[in-house]
Each structure stands twice: as structure tokens, then as C-alpha cells.
Ligand binder design. Structure first.
Ligand SMILES: NC(=O)c1ccc[n+]([C@@H]2O[C@H](COP(=O)([O-])OP(=O)(O)OC[C@H]3O[C@@H](n4cnc5c(N)ncnc54)[C@H](O)[C@@H]3O)[C@@H](O)[C@H]2O)c1
Length: 339
């Protein structure tokens, strides 16, 4: 089985690459990544010499480059993680989100149509459903919850999802979509909530919390997400959407306090900052479908996952210190001597 994994130098994509190489040692994994600010080739250091792994620096919007890669590799499947993924950045400049998240998805699917494919899998997000009110803890997102986006990021992801379904209906492309809640774990870029708080705590720097920190997210350990996608691409039904989440709802402020506690730092580091524009209040996934159809259940409880994550950041300082200093962006040049 040849699988193209796009965005594999990012947070979830890299964890998925590791998961697939370990669980399916006979598969060939081709990682396609543009190495934007969010992609870090040093993350993939441990698999670079694996004969079943190939890294290709490429933009998913580069039609010619993508078609050439399909000609060379004859992939059986494509799993698309490549995206602009940070909501705050999408509020500052939506255009690159539309380009990568929507146009890039269409280029990948056109290549799948041109060269044939067993499965195109789109990695989407629960953010396409918008948010839920804090005073209705009985409500959850199901796969039939209407798309109702808030940010340019979630709108671009929703646009891609609609396009994926349209390619299935119009061209018969064998697609699946997963919509997952917030992930956490190793290799998470330190601008996102959990790694940012860990890193700032370690530097005794202020911990910026939006608004009053009451926003609720449904956290899932990244390895559980990777297992879910593995199950969907092998056993999921073509044309279907699967929600992925672990019933692990936490208020942002409680997560930040927990991190302070685990690292022995005072809560006085917490500073409340002006809320994000259009900030979604609560996300909560109903994962009944993936549980009933594919037998998926999360394995890592939040209490354990957050400890594992904090330990990882303590043991892998070099990884995030290079990011903070900006040095990681020269890693590709250092490895390959070109840009
Ligand atoms: N992080 C989460 O909590 C979460 C939750 C649900 C869904 N998702 C989705 O999962 C996917 C991966 O998220 P992440 O958090 O790992 O993101 P990330 O920002 O850490 O990684 C994105 C990767 O995509 C690459 N990339 C960006 N533009 C590209 C382009 N034009 N061509 C090729 N590569 C490109 C980047 O270099 C980077 O390696 C995204 O599609 C995101 O929407 C994320």
C-alpha cells in the first residue's frame, strides 16, 4: 500500500506518519509538505532513513508537482492533513487559508481522479459545526449537525468538506472525511494553547488567556486521532463523515491552571487578554458513529495525556527551542542545501 500523507511535517500529520510506519511496516508512506512556518522537517528526523518513507517538499496547490508525484508513486490512498490551521492567523489574513485549504484540496482530488485512487481522506475539524452554547451541556455535534462556521479558518475547512462530498457525488471519487475535536500531544506547534502555556510556564512568562478563559474544548490525545483515521481509511464507508472526539470537555482556564500546577508554577502568571473576535464558546463531539461502526474508542484519558505531553515538552526542549528561535526554518536548507 502506497499512501501520500500531506502536511506530514506538522503536528497531527507527523504523529500519523509515525503511527502508520509502526502499525503497517509493509506500507510505503510518502510525506508531501510545503514546510510553511508550521511544518518542521526535524520532527521527521527519526523516520528519514526508513526505506518505506519518502519526504517531498511540495505545495498541495502546485498542480504540476502534485501530478508528477502521483505519476512517480502511484498512491493507493491520500490522507490530507495539509492546511493552514491557526484561527488567529486566519483572522489576520484569510487569503492563504482559502488557497491551501480549498484550492489545495481540489488539486489533490483532481490528481486522484486523473490517476485513480482507492481512497481520498480529508482530515477536517469539529469547527465546521460552529459552536454550542455553554448553558446546553446536553448538546453535541453529530455528523448531521448543520455546517455553521465562525472563522475564516473553519469556513475554509467547511468549503473543502463540501468540495470533497461534491467530488464523491459528481465524479464518484472514493472519499471519507473525519471531523475531530482539539488535539494535544507531542510535536504541537508552540503557538497553540497547550504547548504555548507549557513553554511560557517553563520560561516564567505571562500565560495569555482569551477573555475569561471559559471557552470549552473537547480534547483528544493525538495518537487516538491517528488510530481513528487509520480505521476510517481501512474500514470506513466511502462517502461518509466520521466525527472523532473523546468526551473530554475542559474550560481553557482549567487547562492553564492544571499546567501551572503540574509544572509547580504560580497561577499569578495567568494574564487575561482581549477575547478573540468571534470566539467559539463550546465544541463537543458525539463520537457514537465511529464507535458503533468501527469500534473506535479513545485510549488516553486527559489526566494521563496531559502528563505525557508535559513530560514530552520537558524532554524535547531542543525541538521547541529551535522553533521559538526560528532556527527550525533553516533545517531543510541544512539537510538538503537548498530552499
Ligand atoms: N490541531 C487540531 O487540534 C486539529 C483538530 C481537528 C482537525 N485538525 C486538522 O488536522 C490537520 C492538521 O492539523 P495540525 O494541527 O497538524 O496542523 P499544523 O499547522 O501543525 O500542520 C500543517 C502542516 O501542513 C503543511 N502545509 C501547510 N500548507 C501547505 C501546502 N499548501 N502544501 C503542503 N503542505 C502544507 C505545513 O507545512 C504543516 O506541516 C489540518 O487539516 C487541521 O484542520 C486539527
Amino acid at each position: 500500500m502506497n499512501i501520500i500523507v500531506t502536511g506530514g511535517a506538522g503536528f497531527i500529520g507527523s504523529n500519523f506518519v509515525f503511527h502508520m510506519l509502526e502499525k503497517h511496516p509493509d506500507y510505503r508512506i510518502i510525506c508531501l509538505d510545503k514546510l510553511t512556518y508550521a511544518g518542521n522537517l526535524s520532527t521527521l528526523k527519526s523516520v528519514m532513513d526508513n526505506p518505506n518513507f519518502r519526504f517531498v517538499k511540495l505545495d498541495i496547490c502546485d498542480r504540476e508537482g502534485v501530478y508528477k508525484l502521483f505519476e512517480e508513486e502511484h498512491p493507493d490512498m491520500v490522507v490530507n492533513f495539509a492546511a493552514e490551521s491557526h484561527v488567529d492567523r486566519s483572522i489576520k489574513d484569510p487569503s492563504v487559508f482559502l488557497q491551501t485549504n480549498i484550492i489545495g484540496t481540489s488539486v489533490l482530488m483532481d490528481a486522484c481522479r486523473e490517476y485513480g485512487i482507492k481512497r481520498y481522506h480529508q482530515v477536517s475539524t469539529d469547527e465546521v459545526y460552529g459552536d454550542l452554547p455553554l448553558d446546553r451541556p446536553d448538546l453535541f455535534f453529530t455528523e448531521t449537525t448543520p455546517i455553521h462556521t465562525s472563522s475564516p479558518y473553519s469556513s475554509s475547512k467547511a468549503g473543502a468538506d463540501l468540495l470533497v462530498m461534491a467530488y464523491h457525488r459528481t465524479f464518484g471519487l472514493p472519499v471519507t472525511i473525519s471531523r475531530c475535536s482539539n488535539n494535544y500531544g507531542p510535536y504541537h506547534f508552540p503557538e497553540k494553547l497547550i504547548p504555548l502555556m507549557i513553554v511560557n510556564c517553563l520560561h516564567d512568562k505571562p500565560l495569555p488567556v482569551y477573555g475569561e478563559g471559559l471557552n470549552v474544548r473537547d480534547w483528544l490525545y493525538v495518537e487516538d486521532h491517528c488510530r481513528a483515521i487509520d480505521l476510517i481509511i481501512h474500514n470506513g464507508t466511502v462517502g461518509e463523515v466520521y466525527n472523532v472526539g473523546g468526551h473530554n470537555e475542559m474550560k481553557n482556564i482549567d487547562i492553564v491552571k492544571l499546567i501551572c500546577h503540574e509544572l509547580g508554577k504560580p497561577e499569578s502568571l495567568i494574564t487575561y487578554v482581549q477575547d478573540r473576535k468571534g470566539h467559539d464558546m463550546r465544541y463537543a463531539i458525539d463520537p457514537t458513529k465511529i464507535h458503533n461502526e468501527l469500534g473506535w474508542l479513545p485510549e488516553t484519558k486527559f489526566a494521563d495525556g496531559i502528563k505525557k505531553t508535559i513530560s514530552w515538552y520537558l524532554e524535547n526542549r531542543e525541538w521547541w527551542e529551535e522553533i521559538i528561535s526560528g532556527d527550525y526554518q533553516t533545517y531543510y536548507e541544512r539537510m538538503y542545501g537548498q530552499s
